[in-house]
Design a protein around this ligand. Structure first.
Ligand code: ATP
Length: 511
């Protein structure tokens, strides 16, 4: 069950502590576009780096790529995005709000599911040990009625989208009496398809303006470079290409903070393999990606797989990794077995052969592809949601981000106890020594307690307090974020202790 209040707290924390700001904030913001502040950029860079290193350094057969955002317009024709990357939209005539028709229906279905759940809980209480939930669901007329409606909606939605008979989706919305959440009215426009790609122009050499798209995914940049990388890198199947980069989608209903943005970043890896081996690799990447999330410290009970029942026409297997956000389980990453669809399409549209010559079997073929695709911003939101903790410490509240030390924005804060007697100077010297290895922060304002709390709120795993004794015996107090334990440590040992805990190498080694 979701917790809206918790979500609101995370959003305000993100703004208050310099993680995420609305874009163009002083102009009132821009819907579904966000900027990352001084701490957000560090956390986000660390997440990206961990992903990139874990893909490339830990796999001899995976290499990186950084393809351009602009691509030849034919790419998007070949990929199917020009014709098929649509969402069905509907407007409420009274509130003038625009919705995704499928989302309106899915939310309505969710309400019915909740009603079913309530009935089931009531019945379980009434029948006690003899309760057979499946039998109850199959036979209770009210529950069955709800379930039949849910199934009917699935069917109409699927048919309507597949055949393009969008009036059927509108009729369904009317028949189910779905109302606009803002105006409460059922006064709807027709349902129309809305392409999610942003377009722009580039001056073509012949003087004609060419229509271009801002890429809606990074994957196509990998497909069109498949042969370049394979040939120049002398890559043998199976091998992968990994890249991170911006993608743009004109989402109709952009909401839930950085969950669904119009400009966001993806981290995708396309793994090229021999046809017939793709299921094996799909299972491999499915398991490996889950382990990756757990290694970063996400509790396994808050992660789950969600198999796609309705597969895209080009896929022969697909699964999402979902996280239990404060607003419920939602997709963070997709793992898709995409067959040879994309490469074959590009062969056809470009007229260039994209074959692999397999020296072992002495044959040429178009490789199959298994992809892992994760949104960096969703990963960021998941990480923040997982780390955000409110604690009561001896009657005092503290908010702490329990981030894995290797991805924390600041690894260590140096805090002179007072602003005099040479303590700031010693703190500065420690700062100067540590800054080459870590992101270090130095601060001498406010009481030490306040400064500790501020560092907790940023997720800083270590605070180093410099006091008068430090001047004579070369010791400082090292405070641990999570346990709040403190110990005296010689200044010389600081770097080693911090490195042991914050090193991304250790995180990579545990994968
Ligand atoms: P959704 O069903 O939530 O729209 P999707 O299935 O369209 O997502 P993919 O096309 O598979 O998503 O993209 C891969 C990943 O990119 C997603 O798992 C998600 O983490 C991220 N992503 C997709 N769209 C957005 C967006 N608008 N804002 C932020 N991240 C996104």
């Amino acid at each position: 069950m979701g917790d809206q209040q918790q979500f609101e707290k995370i959003i305000s924390h993100a703004k208050e502590y310099g993680f995420v700001f609305p874009s163009s904030d002083i102009y009132g913001g821009l819907a579904a576009v966000y900027d990352y502040g001084q701490n957000g950029v560090e956390l986000r860079n660390n997440l990206r780096r961990f992903w990139y290193l874990s893909m490339t350094r830990l796999h001899q057969n995976i290499v990186g790529l950084d393809s351009a955002i602009f691509m030849h317009p034919k790419v998007w024709k070949a990929s199917g995005h020009v014709d098929g990357f649509n969402d069905p939209m509907i407007d409420n005539k009274d509130s003038k709000k625009r919705y995704r028709a499928d989302v309106l229906i899915e939310e309505h279905q969710e309400k019915l599911r909740q009603k079913i759940q309530k009935e089931v809980v009531k019945a379980a209480k009434r029948f006690g040990d003899s309760f057979d939930e499946q039998q109850y669901r199959d036979t209770n007329p009210r529950v069955k009625g709800y379930q039949d409606r849910i199934d009917h909606m699935d069917q109409v939605l699927k048919d309507g989208l597949e055949t393009g008979e969008l009036h059927k989706i509108k009729e369904l919305i009317e028949a189910e009496e779905i109302a606009c959440p803002i105006s409460g009215s059922k006064n709807w426009t027709e349902v129309r398809q809305f392409n999610l790609m942003y377009s722009t122009q580039m001056n073509a050499t012949d003087g004609q303006d060419a229509n271009l798209y801002l890429r809606p995914e990074t994957a196509q940049g990998i497909f069109v470079n498949y042969l370049n990388v394979q040939k120049t890198g002398r890559m043998k199947l199976p091998f992968g290409i990994a890249q991170t980069g911006k993608a743009f989608r004109n989402e109709i209903v952009a909401r839930q903070f950085i969950m669904r943005m119009k400009e966001f970043e993806q981290m995708e890896m396309q793994f090229f393999c021999k046809p017939g081996t793709e299921k094996e690799w799909y299972e491999h990447w499915k398991a490996w990606r889950m382990k990756w999330h757990e290694t970063l410290g996400t509790q396994s009970e808050k992660l789950r797989y969600h198999d796609h029942v309705k597969l895209a026409h080009y896929a022969n297997a697909a699964v999402d990794i979902e996280y239990d956000f404060p607003f419920g389980f939602k997709e963070v990453e997709g793992i898709h077995s995409r067959t040879d669809f994309d490469l074959k399409q590009h062969e056809e549209f470009s007229g260039k052969k994209l074959r692999y010559f397999d020296a072992e079997s002495n044959e040429s073929y178009v490789p199959y592809v298994v992809e892992t695709s994760i949104g960096l911003d969703r990963l960021f939101l998941m990480t923040l949601s997982e780390a955000y903790t409110e604690e009561n410490v001896n009657g005092d509240n503290r908010t702490v981000l329990k981030l894995h030390p290797a991805i924390a924005p600041i690894q260590c804060a140096i805090l002179p106890l007072v602003k005099k007697d040479g303590l700031p100077e010693l703190a500065e010297k420690i700062y100067q020594d540590l800054r080459f290895d870590f992101n270090v922060f130095i601060e001498d304002k406010d009481s030490i307690g306040k400064r500790y709390r501020r560092m907790d709120a940023l997720g800083t795993p270590f605070c180093v307090t410099v006091d008068h004794d430090s001047l004579t015996n070369g010791d400082v107090t090292l405070r641990y974020r999570d346990s709040m334990e403190q110990e005296r440590i010689s200044i010389e040992k600081l770097a080693e202790i911090i490195r042991n805990q914050t090193s991304m190498n250790n995180l990579l080694k545990s994968l």
